[in-house]
Write a protein that binds this ligand. Structure first.
Ligand SMILES: O=P(O)(O)OC[C@H]1O[C@H](O)[C@H](O)[C@@H](O)[C@@H]1O
Length: 543
């Protein structure tokens, strides 16, 4: 199956073509194919030297296939048909797309929300196998999920060693834990960064266990691989040239559309790849998922699939590789290191500090600037703001001409599915009821009231994705956090914090990093989650 990049208009095609030709004249495709770490300048070289393994994965990951086949057969034989993946960012976004595209069920756990974690843990525990995936082996969310599941299995009289499978880098603290506990472990290629790991053990292990055809994925990637070494007919070069050159020309908001392709949810994966790779040193490309084009000057619309002017067509395995390649190329054009994420650590450190300093006391939330029904508003609100509508209007007004509004919801992603719909409700009515209670609906409501891009992220998931861009990219973002009261918390065995406390500390830690940069940022706290979401959406609707 062919992989192609198509441009809608002559100007866009010419810009991409000229830029690609220049890169080809500099020998970039051959150098990248040979794994040359000098392509991003001397500062990036040490990191690039250990981050180009993704170019070999279509071949090297084949070695994993027999083991994956065995593991999948084993869990099937033991009747374990509920696969849970605990992993953040690069350790879960690819399997989510792979499994959604293959239409096989996978429960992804990339949250600290107590309700959402409880929802997963109380679902078919007797038939559950948990893949604990972390490259560094030190990610706090994933560590917490492992601890919560270990406890839940023990409480149910199940030996965790029969149910937990670990994917990590050789030598990580998680590998040591797994060895000690007797967990089956698949070690990943350490020369591949998290967000470039779709075709590594991180992408393949959970997907294979869930029933996706991962051999086919590698075939699809292997088919496009030879073209990535070429100066002509190289879709990765052309896409990267387009993304980089367009961003340099000011079109640095990348609207990702998923229309009529056979692939489900690829924009969420691209979002992390592009935002974390390019959003640094005050520059970068902001991916915007789920938005309609507004025609603004800084907007670049790219479609996955056969629709639209500027589009990338090809099967999922090839798309992964082509977008990774394109991101590396765009990084070179933007003059940044596409393999590090220097500003992600800052929020993590703030979170740890907040937890350590508070001890057993409540976290330092401050007092609300105003209260509107079930919504408390924290942070700087516009002068004279009397209610939530004034606050939202103020935030929208604060977005600069070249900026964006980021909505970040630290809530249960699936809570809207609990909305009672009545047993005779049609599919359409049910979907409408869910939409009306889904915090993600806020994105569209606010986007309808501004010409600037509005992004939406679930916290803490986005901290491992667009969070890097928010803090490291151009400082023109305006930020709206939503947190919610916790009525039933989840303990993290062996740790002094609960999930609810960790979640709030993550929100406050990131807020601190944003406010510290002088960015307008407000936290809305829902004292009653369901009522708060309804109120928030009703107010946004009426703006
Ligand atoms: O796989 P892990 O080491 O647990 O990392 C998971 C994620 O967290 C980090 O914060 C990075 O910013 C991401 O790029 C990474 O994918």
């Amino acid at each position: 199956m062919n992989t192609s990049v198509t441009f809608g208009d002559d100007a866009a095609a010419a810009l991409a073509g000229e830029t690609a030709a220049k890169l080809a004249a500099e020998g970039v495709p051959a150098a990248l194919a040979a794994g040359d770490p000098t392509l991003w300048g001397p500062d990036a070289e040490p990191e690039a030297a250990i981050r180009l393994g993704w170019l070999n994965l279509p071949k090297s990951s084949r070695e994993l296939l027999p083991r994956l086949g065995e593991l999948a057969a084993e869990i099937r034989e033991r009747g374990l048909d509920h696969v849970v993946l605990a992993g953040m960012g690069g350790s879960s976004l690819a399997p989510e797309v792979i499994c959604a595209t293959a239409d096989v069920p996978l429960t992804v756990l990339d949250t600290t929300d107590p309700d959402q974690v409880r929802r997963a843990v109380s679902d078919r525990l007797d038939r559950t196998v948990v893949v604990v995936a972390s490259k560094s082996g030190g990610t706090i969310e994933t560590d917490s999920h492992r601890r919560v599941y270990e406890q839940a299995f023990r409480d149910a009289g199940i030996d965790p060693a029969e149910r937990i499978i670990v994917v990590t880098d050789p030598g990580s603290p998680l590998e040591a834990v797994a060895k000690e506990a007797g967990y089956r472990t698949v070690l990943a290629d350490p020369n591949v960064g998290g967000r470039y790991s779709a075709l590594s053990a991180f992408g393949l292990v959970p997907s294979a266990l869930a029933g996706a055809d991962v051999a086919r994925l590698l075939d699809e990637a292997a088919e496009v691989l030879p073209s990535l070494a070429a100066n002509e007919g190289n879709p990765g070069l052309l896409l990267g040239a387009a993304l980089g050159a367009q961003a340099l020309a000011g079109r640095n908001k990348l609207l990702l559309q998923d229309t009529l392709s056979d692939i489900t949810g690829l924009p969420d994966w691209i979002e992390q790849l592009i935002a974390e790779s390019t959003g640094k040193q005050g520059t970068g490309i902001l991916p915007v998922v789920g938005a309609d084009p507004t025609g603004a000057d800084d907007e670049l619309v790219v479609n996955i699939g056969p629709e639209g002017a500027f589009r990338v067509e090809g099967p999922l395995g090839a798309q992964f590789l082509v977008w990774e390649y394109a991101t590396a190329i765009a990084g070179r054009l933007l003059g940044i290191n596409p393999f590090d994420q220097p500003n992600v650590a800052e929020s993590k450190e703030n979170t740890s500090r907040l937890l350590a300093e508070a001890g057993e006391d409540p976290l330092p939330t401050g007092s609300p600037a105003l209260v509107d029904g079930p919504v408390e508003v924290y942070g700087e609100v516009p002068d004279g703001a009397k209610n939530l509508a004034d606050v939202l209007t103020g935030l929208l007004r604060a977005v600069p001409d070249d900026g964006y509004l980021a909505v970040m919801a630290y809530l249960d992603r699936w809570a809207a599915l609990d909305t009672p719909t009545g047993k005779d409700a049609s599919l359409g009515q049910t979907a409408e009821a869910w939409r009306a209670h889904d915090p993600a609906t806020l994105r569209g409501l606010l986007a309808a009231r501004t010409r600037r891009p509005v992004t939406f992220g679930w916290g803490p998931r986005f901290l491992h994705s667009t969070g890097q861009y928010h803090k490291g990219g151009p400082q023109n973002g305006v930020f709206l956090q939503v947190t919610g009261a916790v009525t039933e918390d989840v303990a993290v065995p062996g740790k002094p914090y609960t999930l609810g406390r960790l979640q709030l500390a993550q929100a406050l830690g990131d807020l601190r990093a944003l406010v510290g940069r002088g960015r307008p940022a407000v936290r809305l706290h829902l004292t009653d989650r369901a009522a708060g979401v309804s109120h928030l959406l009703a107010v946004a609707q009426e703006l």
